[in-house]
Design a protein around this ligand. Structure first.
Ligand SMILES: *Cc1c(COP(=O)(O)O)cnc(C)c1O
Length: 430
């Protein structure tokens, strides 16, 4: 018998072929699709924990104190947050909704950093009432609003200034945040003056400095560039009497989608911590806010082939997941590996994998060599981050189910959304 060469899935330690069947941990992908239908997001608990463990190990080995804050926006499903809360992680949030999710999942408010460029007064009040550890502020006017809200609440808000270090992270323009043309952060020229202003306000206390330069960053250099600028600002602020207790490096470490070779969390963190120590800031707490690198490669989107369609120009595989379920390809032209759940032998054709949504941007992958028959199950890998969180109901499609695999067990952590749920709160005219 001919041995079959199975697709290698580098970067996906808990998603692999056993014989010719794709497995998530010990569970057959086809069995998950049979039980829960498609499209369905499936996550490996072990993969999430292992990615988190890499950061925890790097932190444990470091003489510098490191505070780990998972960026909720990458994947905010309660069971996913719960897995990380149980490992002792804190959270980085960008809305009051994310804060409520963290609390519902068992996260500690005292380990929550509130980021985001447009926090409302109501969100600030909620965060103050539950006692988040820090607000990462992005503008002078936001500082004034927070001071007022904290006064009304009878509290003193701990704040960090998120500065914009003006470095090119070398990533997609839509996920670059650290250039001076981006909306994020406080310009370096304004940061010291703003730090001084916090000292005059009775209901805020400056405790930190933060930067976050973008996402899916695959080298350490832009971080080192940003860090140097941030540390220059810390020095300037402290010369004027401020005391900066923590330095927040943000998140953004990339993952391997197809051919990228990002550093491991250890290889990312070690040079940054070394630079912090070398410049004399080793006694400060360092915060990190990874999102994608914790959950990205722990998840896959299972989707079934509805139709194979060939035109004079192309071969299409029309599948039952669309851009409403996974928008990364349409939004960022993201390339994710598409793996068949059962490997077939035969003649491979080059397919564009497209969804049922009425948009030409509705594609999941382009020009993939696959041996396919209608009804075949496919797994779009690396879908654990910025997948379900960005899903919408466009075309009145309920969002996918989510399943967490833990060893040989499967847990339905979010049932598929029904159409009745979509319009349950709508009103007809009298
Ligand atoms: C999005 C975001 C993160 C996480 O980014 P990843 O690329 O998912 O690691 C961290 N911090 C802030 C402020 C963010 O906006």
């Amino acid at each position: 018998m001919k041995t079959q060469i199975l697709p290698a899935l580098p970067g996906h330690p808990h998603i692999a072929y056993v014989d010719t069947s794709l497995h998530i941990e010990q569970v057959n992908a086809s069995a998950i699709a049979e039980t829960f239908g498609t499209p369905t997001y499936v996550y490996s608990r072990t993969a999430i924990e292992q990615a988190a463990r890499q950061y925890m190990d790097a932190a444990a080995r470091s003489p510098v104190k490191v505070a780990l804050r998972y960026a909720v926006k990458a994947n905010s499903t309660l069971a996913v947050l719960q897995v990380l809360a149980r490992q002792g992680w804190g959270f980085d949030i960008v809305s009051g909704g994310e804060l409520q999710r963290v609390l519902a999942a068992g996260g500690e408010a005292g380990k929550v950093v509130f980021s985001g460029v447009g926090k409302t007064a109501a969100e600030m009040r909620l965060a103050l009432d539950v006692g988040v550890e820090c607000f990462n502020l992005e503008s002078p006017n936001e500082l004034a609003v927070l001071n007022r809200v904290a006064q009304q609440a009878g509290k003193v808000a701990q704040v960090a200034l998120r500065v914009n270090p003006d470095v090119d992270a070398g990533t997609h323009p839509y996920i670059s945040t650290g250039l001076k043309s981006n909306k994020f952060g406080i310009a370096q020229e304004q940061a010291v003056a703003l730090a001084m202003q916090t000292a005059l306000l009775p209901h805020v206390r400056l405790v930190g400095i933060a930067s976050h330069i973008g996402s899916q960053i695959t080298s350490v250099e832009p971080y080192l560039d940003a860090l140097d600028k941030v540390l220059d600002l810390v020095e300037a602020m402290e010369r004027k009497g401020a005391q900066i207790e923590h330095i927040d490096l943000g998140g953004g470490l990339g993952i391997r989608y197809s051919h990228e070779t990002p550093p491991t969390p250890q290889d990312w963190l070690a040079p940054l911590l070394a630079r912090i120590a070398a410049r004399g800031f080793g006694h400060r707490t360092v915060m990190v806010e990874p999102g994608r690198s914790i959950v990205g490669n722990a998840g896959a989107l299972l989707t079934r082939t509805l139709y194979l369609k060939s035109t004079p120009a192309k071969h299409f595989a029309v599948v039952d997941a669309g851009m409403n379920d996974l928008i990364r390809p349409a939004l960022y032209e993201a390339e994710q590996v598409v793996a068949p759940a059962e490997v077939r032998t035969g003649l491979a054709l080059h397919y564009d994998i497209v969804g049922p949504v009425c948009e030409s941007a509705d594609w999941l992958a382009r020009d993939r060599a696959l041996v396919l028959e209608e009804g075949d199950l496919l797994a779009v890998l690396s879908s654990g981050a910025y997948g379900m969180v960005m899903a919408s109901n466009y075309n009145s499609r309920g969002r996918p189910a989510e399943v967490l695999v833990d060893g040989a067990s499967t847990h339905l952590i979010r049932p598929r959304e029904t159409v009745e749920q979509l319009y349950a709160s709508e009103r007809l005219l009298p």
